[in-house]
Design a protein around this ligand. Structure first.
Ligand code: PLP
Length: 305
C-alpha cells in the first residue's frame, strides 16, 4: 500500500505531501548520491509518544554524509526539531520517520560537489515490516546469490542510497522465490546481515552477530546487545559461516523496520524447533518493553514528542 501523510519537512519548510517534488536532473536520482535514516516513533502506555534512539539515528545520518563527502547542511539540533515537528504536524502517534539528504540538480557528471545538498524528513504510519505473523512466528529467509559489498567497494557503515541497489537485488530475488527476507554473505562467504536488518544467531545460550566492520552498525543491533548483556547472555561479535546459521538453535533479525523478528527457516532448513526460541522471545520482550516505556531502564533511549 502506498505510504502517505499530510506534510513533509523540505529544506526547513513544511510542504504538502503532494507538493514535495524534486527536479528530474537531481544528481542523486542519476548516481545514488543520497543518504537516509529509518527511525520509529512509538506510542507509550502513558498516552505519549516517543522516538526510539533519535540522537543515535541522527548521528549516523550525519556520519553517512561525512563518509559520502557531502556533509549534512543542518546540525543535529535542527534535525531533531525537524523530526519532532513532522510527527506533531502529521498528528502521528506511531510512525516510521525517513530523513533523507540528497545531492540536488546543477552540475551533471560524477564530480558535482557544488550542487546543493537538500534534506527532507517524511513520516507515516507503518506496521511490522516483515508482517505481524513474522514478528510472532518467525520468517522464512534465504541466502541471496548476491554478495554483500566488499568494504572497499561501498562504504558499508553508511546508509548511502546507492548501497541499497545490492539489497534491492537480493530482496527481489528471494521474495520472487517465495521467501520473506534475504540474508547476505560477505565476499569471503561469511554471514553479514540481511537486506535491511542485522542478524543474530543463538547457540547453547550464547549470541553471535557479525562485527560492524562490513555491515551497517544497526542501532537496534546495539540496543539488543546491550539488553542481552544486561540479562547475562554472552554476545560475541565475530564472523561465522553459513553452516553455523543452519545449525543455530535460534536466529533473529534486528532493525528499525523489522524490530526483533525471529527466523524460523533458512534455505529450507528449519532453525531450531522452527518457531521463536526462548532467547529470542526474551530479548524481543525486553526490546518491546523499552520502546513502549514499560521498562525502568533505558528511558534515555526515548525522546518524547
Ligand atoms: C543494511 C541494513 N542493515 C541493518 C539495518 C538495521 O539498522 P537499524 O537497527 O539501525 O535500523 C538496516 C536498517 O537501517 C539496514 O538497512
Amino acid at each position: 500500500m502506498a505510504v502517505r501523510s499530510e506534510k513533509i519537512w523540505v529544506d526547513g519548510e513544511m510542504v504538502n505531501w503532494d507538493d514535495a517534488k524534486v527536479h528530474v536532473m537531481s544528481h542523486a536520482l542519476h548516481y545514488g548520491t543520497a543518504y537516509f535514516e529509518g527511525i520509529r516513533c512509538y506510542a507509550l502506555d502513558e498516552e505519549r509518544s516517543a522516538v526510539f534512539r533519535l540522537a543515535e539515528h541522527l548521528r549516523r545520518f550525519r556520519d553517512s554524509g561525512h563518509i559520502l563527502g557531502t556533509p549534512l547542511p543542518y546540525g543535529i539540533d535542527e534535525m531533531t526539531e525537524a523530526v519532532l515537528d513532522v510527527i506533531r504536524i502529521n498528528q502521528l502517534k506511531e510512525c516510521y520517520i525517513r530523513p533523507l539528504a540528497f545531492v540536488g540538480d546543477g552540475e551533471m557528471g560524477l564530480y558535482a560537489l557544488n550542487n546543493p545538498v537538500r534534506v527532507i524528513v517524511a513520516a507515516w504510519a507503518w506496521g511490522a515490516y516483515l508482517g505481524d505473523e513474522g514478528l510472532k512466528r518467525g520468517i522464512r529467509a534465504k541466502v541471496s546469490s548476491y554478495t554483500r559489498h566488499h568494504v572497499n567497494v561501498m562504504m558499508t557503515n553508511s546508509k548511502v542510497s546507492g548501497n541499497y541497489v545490492n539489497s534491492v537485488l537480493a530482496k527481489h530475488e528471494v521474495k520472487l522465490a517465495g521467501y520473506d527476507e534475504a540474508i547476505m554473505l560477505d565476499p569471503e562467504g561469511c554471514v553479514s546481515e540481511a537486506s535491511g536488518e542485522n542478524l543474530f544467531i543463538v547457540k547453547d545460550g550464547q549470541l553471535r552477530t557479525a562485527p560492524v566492520t562490513s555491515i551497517l552498525p544497526g542501532i537496534n543491533r546495539a540496543s539488543v546487545i546491550e539488553l542481552a548483556r544486561a540479562k547475562g547472555y554472552q554476545v560475541n561479535e565475530e564472523r561465522f559461516a553459513r553452516d553455523a546459521l543452519y545449525i543455530a538453535d535460534e536466529a533473529f533479525l534486528t532493525g528499525t523496520a523489522a524490530e526483533v523478528t525471529p527466523i524460523r527457516e533458512v534455505d529450507d532448513r528449519t532453525i531450531g524447533e522452527g518457531r521463536p526460541g526462548p532467547v529470542t522471545l526474551d530479548l524481543q520482550q525486553a526490546f518491546f518493553d523499552v520502546i513502549r516505556g514499560r521498562s525502568e531502564g533505558h528511558r534515555d533511549w526515548l525522546t518524547l514528542v
